[in-house]
Design a protein around this ligand. Sequence first.
Ligand SMILES: [Zn+2]
Ligand SMILES: [Zn+2]
Length: 89
Amino acid sequence: MIQGSGRCHYHPERAGLGVCVECRRVICRECTTQFEGINRCASCLAQRLEALEGPGERREWTVANVVLALVSMAFVWGSVHVVAGWVAS
Ligand SMILES: [Zn+2]
Ligand SMILES: [Zn+2]
């Protein structure tokens, strides 16, 4: 614990425990959140999570998954026909 680092930006009555890496504000123990091993204040963590779970990224993943499923189905379908051809002849 660092003494004399000031007061929490969100709780003026509480002693500051650390500094948010994003906004450089002094934050108390309750405001400190650890994500990816890095200290952030609650509001910066919320912004970080929003950026991670943006609608754009989610849509890209869905399209990729659908394409992968279609390719897998086509591959299985083709394999079944080849095997059926071998069995018949
Ligand atoms: Zn912050
Ligand atoms: Zn606080």
